[in-house]
Design a protein around this ligand. Structure first.
Ligand SMILES: Nc1ncnc2c1ncn2[C@@H]1O[C@H](COP(=O)(O)OP(=O)(O)O)[C@@H](O)[C@H]1O
Ligand SMILES: [Mg+2]
Length: 248
């Protein structure tokens, strides 16, 4: 469970996160929605310790991780968190299975001779068997997302964090990614946090959605509640985006 209290992060003079409080229950698919520049990625980076908040608390499984953390403590957090970067961030110089196995040495105690088997097993989970020796440059956009996902799940995290997982994909691939996120959530029993401006994705698979605007949460609840929101910003966002879900 992730419990966030009054999280503040500024890039002076800009206030980016201006007092965010929310709870993400274990096993939930929780989406953060909102226009560009409202601090969604900043929020996600605070969760994995890449950004240090100015104030506030982030309780990860009961432990506050918002303070000064040692490298060892950061590593403990990263073991729990699988992170899917917006750009995929795959290594072009490594083949598919080497990309998937990349975090195993740093994040797990798995013996090196087992890395290949672990990578193949994860690739199978995301529907990419028999592609272990392909180069990254040989993959389509959808395949790259699958490889990035296989890499994120390889160390066995309890949380999977996705930053704009469907941005830049065509609608069919976007739909495939939505299904995969849902599938990973069910099969691996992980807690999923998705940052997205893809209304269709968020509405389709989330248990709960928080809508960010100007560094604050202006609406939070089930997809139905967001859909029925009386807030003008939320309404306008949904109306303008529903016809272009998946666009960047
Ligand atoms: N490292 C940084 N230094 C300065 N400003 C930043 C940095 N990271 C993000 N920002 C600013 O914070 C705001 C929120 O950014 P971001 O969290 O990426 O928004 P979103 O993901 O919602 O589009 C933007 O105005 C951005 O320019
Ligand atoms: Mg972002």
């Amino acid at each position: 469970m992730i419990d966030i209290r009054d999280l503040v992060k500024n890039y002076p003079p800009k206030k980016v996160l201006d007092g965010i409080s929310l709870t993400i229950e274990t096993g939930e698919i929780f989406s953060i929605m909102g226009p560009s520049g409202t601090g969604k990625s900043t929020f996600l980076k605070c969760l994995i310790g890449l950004n240090r908040p100015d104030s506030g608390e982030i309780f990860l499984d009961g432990r506050n991780i918002a303070g000064n953390l040692s490298e060892k403590e950061l590593q403990e957090i990263r073991k729990k968190m699988g992170y899917l970067f917006q750009e995929g961030a795959l290594f072009d110089s490594l083949c598919v299975w080497e990309n998937v196995a990349f975090g195993l040495k740093y994040l797990t105690g798995i013996a090196p001779e087992k890395y290949f088997d672990v990578a193949c097993e994860k690739l199978k989970m995301v529907g990419l068997e028999k592609s272990e020796y392909l180069k990254i440059s040989e993959l389509s956009g959808g395949m790259k997302k699958r490889v990035a996902l296989a890499r994120a799940i390889a160390p066995g995290p309890s949380y999977l964090l996705y930053d704009e997982p469907t941005t830049g994909l065509d609608p069919i691939t976007g739909e495939m990614v939505a299904k995969l996120i849902k599938e990973m959530s069910e099969k691996l029993k992980v807690t999923s946090v998705i940052v997205t401006h893809d209304v269709k994705l968020a509405m389709e698979i989330s248990d709960k959605i928080a809508f960010f605007q100007g560094g604050k949460i202006i609406e939070i609840g089930s997809p139905q509640k967001i859909k029925n929101s009386a807030n003008t910003v939320v309404r306008e966002f949904l109306e303008n985006c529903s016809c272009q879900a998946g666009d960047s």
